[in-house]
Design a protein around this ligand. Structure first.
Ligand SMILES: Nc1ncnc2c1ncn2[C@@H]1O[C@H](COP(=O)(O)OP(=O)(O)OP(=O)(O)O)[C@@H](O)[C@H]1O
Ligand SMILES: [Mg+2]
Length: 439
C-alpha cells in the first residue's frame, strides 16, 4: 500500500478511536447529568406547588389538583407514619408500592422503580413537623429519549469530524509524500546515471536533508564514474605505448630491419620498456591492494621523524646530482602506528617529485598540529599546474615532464591507510603537506 494511503488510514483511525472514546464517556455521563438536572427541575416545581398550596383561597386560581393534572405531573402525597395516600396523580398500584417501600428502601434513592417503569424522583417532607411526604416524579423513559437524540447528534458530529479529519490528513500527507515521490524519481535518474538531468526537490526538514545527501551522493558517484573512465583510458594508454615500442623493435629485428648496433639499441629499449611495464603493473597492483585492504599494509609503532630522515638520506645523492639543495628540519621522535616501509615510500615519492621540479632547493620541515605530525615538503620550482591541482592524486594524472603519474596516487593511498591526510598547494613553488596522527 502506498505511503500516502497508509498515513491517511493511520491518521483517520487515530481520530476515530479518540472520538469514539470521548463520545462513549460523554454518553455515559449524560444520563447522570440529565437525572441531576431533572431533580433540580422537580425541586423547583415542588417549590411552586407549595406556594400554590399556601396561597390557595377558595375563590381564586386553579385548585391544586387541577394544576397538577393539567400539567400531567406524576406526583404523590402520603403520610409515612400511617402509610396512607393523601393525594396522587399517578397510577394507584405504583403509588401504593412506593408508600410501602418508602421508609426501608426508597427514601435516599434518586431513581425509583414501579409498575415496570423507572422514575427520577424528588421527595421531601411537606413541613418539618409533619409526617406527610411529597414525591415528584418524571418517567426515566423521557430522559432516555433525550439521551437518544443526543447520541444521534453526536454520531452526526463524529461523522462530520471524521470527514474533516480525512480531508486535513489528505492535505498534510500529500505535502509530506509529494517530495518523497519526487525524490524517488530523482533516485531513478541516478540509477540510470542521468546525473545531468537531476532537479532540486522542494522539501523541508529531514526530507530536505535526505535530498541534500542524495545530491551529494550523486555528484560523488558521477565524479567516481568519471575518474574510473579516465583511469581506464590513461591506464590503457600508459600500457599501450611501451607495448607498441617493444612490438616495433621486435618485428624490426625479426624482419632484419634492425641489425648490428641498431638491433642492440632495440634490445635495450625493449628491456627498459619491459621494466617500465613491470613497474606500472606492480604499482597498479599495489594501489588495488591498498584500496581493497589486502595484506600489503603492516602497521607497527614507528618513529615518523626517523622515516623523514631516512627518506632525506636516500634522496640526497639524487638532489646533489640535480644540483638541488635538500634541507631537512626534524624535531624529537614522533610515534605513529603505520607501516614504515610504505610511509617511507610515500615520503620518497613526494620528495623525489620536489627534487625533479625544484629550481634550487627543496625543504622538508616537520611540526606538530592537534596530536598529529605534519611533514611539509616545499620546493622553489614552477609549482603544480592549475588544471592538475584538483585531480593531482588521481591515478595516471601527470603534468609536463611527468613519468607514470602513479606516485602521488600511491602516496595518498598509503597516507590514508595510515589514518592521515595529504594536500598540495602552490606557494613560491609546490607544497605538499602530509598529516599523520600519533598512535
Ligand atoms: N613538486 C612538484 N612540483 C610541480 N609539479 C609536481 C610536483 N609534484 C608532482 N607534480 C605534478 O604532479 C604529477 C603527478 O605526480 P606523480 O608523482 O603522481 O607522477 P609522476 O611523478 O609523473 O610519475 P611517478 O608515478 O613516476 O611518480 C607530476 O607529473 C607533476 O606534473
Ligand atoms: Mg612522482
Amino acid at each position: 500500500m502506498k505511503l500516502h494511503y497508509q498515513l491517511n488510514a493511520a491518521f483517520t483511525a487515530l481520530i476515530l478511536v479518540l472520538m469514539t472514546i470521548t463520545a462513549f464517556f460523554i454518553y455515559s455521563l449524560l444520563m447522570d447529568m440529565l437525572i441531576l438536572d431533572e431533580r433540580r427541575q422537580l425541586e423547583a416545581r415542588a417549590d411552586i406547588l407549595i406556594d400554590v398550596i399556601n396561597d390557595q383561597s377558595p375563590s381564586s386560581g386553579p385548585t391544586l389538583s387541577q394544576l397538577v393534572q393539567d400539567r400531567n405531573y406524576p406526583m404523590l402525597l402520603f403520610n409515612q407514619e400511617e402509610d396512607v395516600i393523601l393525594f396522587r396523580t399517578m397510577p394507584a398500584n405504583i403509588a401504593q408500592e412506593w408508600v410501602l417501600r418508602y421508609e426501608g428502601e426508597l427514601v435516599n434513592q434518586e431513581v425509583w422503580a414501579g409498575g415496570g417503569e423507572r422514575f427520577v424522583v424528588y421527595d421531601f417532607p411537606l413541613s418539618p413537623r409533619s409526617d406527610q411526604v411529597l414525591v415528584m416524579a418524571t418517567p426515566l423513559n423521557d430522559l432516555q429519549a433525550v439521551q437518544s437524540v443526543f447520541a444521534l447528534r453526536m454520531i452526526v458530529v463524529i461523522l462530520i469530524g471524521l470527514i474533516l479529519a480525512v480531508l486535513i490528513s489528505y492535505f498534510f500527507t500529500r505535502r509530506l509524500v509529494t517530495p518523497l515521490s519526487r525524490l524517488k524519481l530523482e533516485l531513478k535518474k541516478i540509477e540510470k546515471r542521468q546525473f545531468d538531468q537531476l532537479e532540486a526537490v522542494e522539501a523541508t526538514g529531514e526530507i530536505k536533508e535526505v535530498e541534500q545527501s542524495v545530491r551529494n551522493m550523486a555528484s560523488e558517484l558521477s565524479r567516481y564514474i568519471h575518474s574510473q573512465k579516465q583511469f581506464f583510458q590513461n591506464a590503457s594508454h600508459e600500457l599501450k605505448t611501451p607495448l607498441q615500442s617493444i612490438q616495433g623493435y621486435a618485428e624490426g629485428i625479426r624482419d632484419g630491419i634492425f641489425e648490428g648496433e641498431a638491433a642492440e639499441k632495440g634490445y635495450n629499449v625493449m628491456i627498459s620498456e619491459t621494466e617500465r611495464l613491470k613497474k606500472i603493473v606492480n604499482e597498479m597492483i599495489l594501489l588495488a591492494k591498498l584500496d581493497s585492504s589486502e595484506d600489503v599494509y603492516h602497521p607497527e609503532r614507528t618513529d615518523i621523524m626517523s622515516l623523514v630522515t631516512q627518506a632525506h638520506d636516500r634522496l640526497l645523492p639524487l638532489a646533489q646530482e640535480k644540483g638541488v639543495a635538500l634541507s631537512i628540519q626534524t624535531d624529537e621522535s614522533f610515534y605513529a602506528e603505520v607501516d614504515h616501509e610504505r610511509v617511507l615510500q610515500a615520503f620518497i615519492n613526494i620528495i623525489s617529485n620536489a627534487i625533479r621540479h625544484a629550481e634550487h632547493e627543496v625543504r622538508v620541515e616537520t611540526f606538530e598540529k592537534n596530536q598529529s605530525l605534519v611533514v611539509k615538503v616545499s620546493d622553489d620550482g614552477e609549482g603544480i599546474p592549475q588544471e592538475l591541482l584538483s585531480q593531482l592524486f588521481e591515478r595516471f594524472m601527470k603534468g609536463k615532464g611527468g613519468e607514470t603519474g602513479l606516485g602521488l596516487a600511491i602516496s595518498r593511498a598509503i597516507v590514508e591507510r595510515s589514518g592521515g591526510s595529504i594536500k598540495a598547494y602552490n606557494e613560491s613553488g609546490a607544497v605538499f603537506e602530509i598529516e599523520l596522527p600519533s598512535d
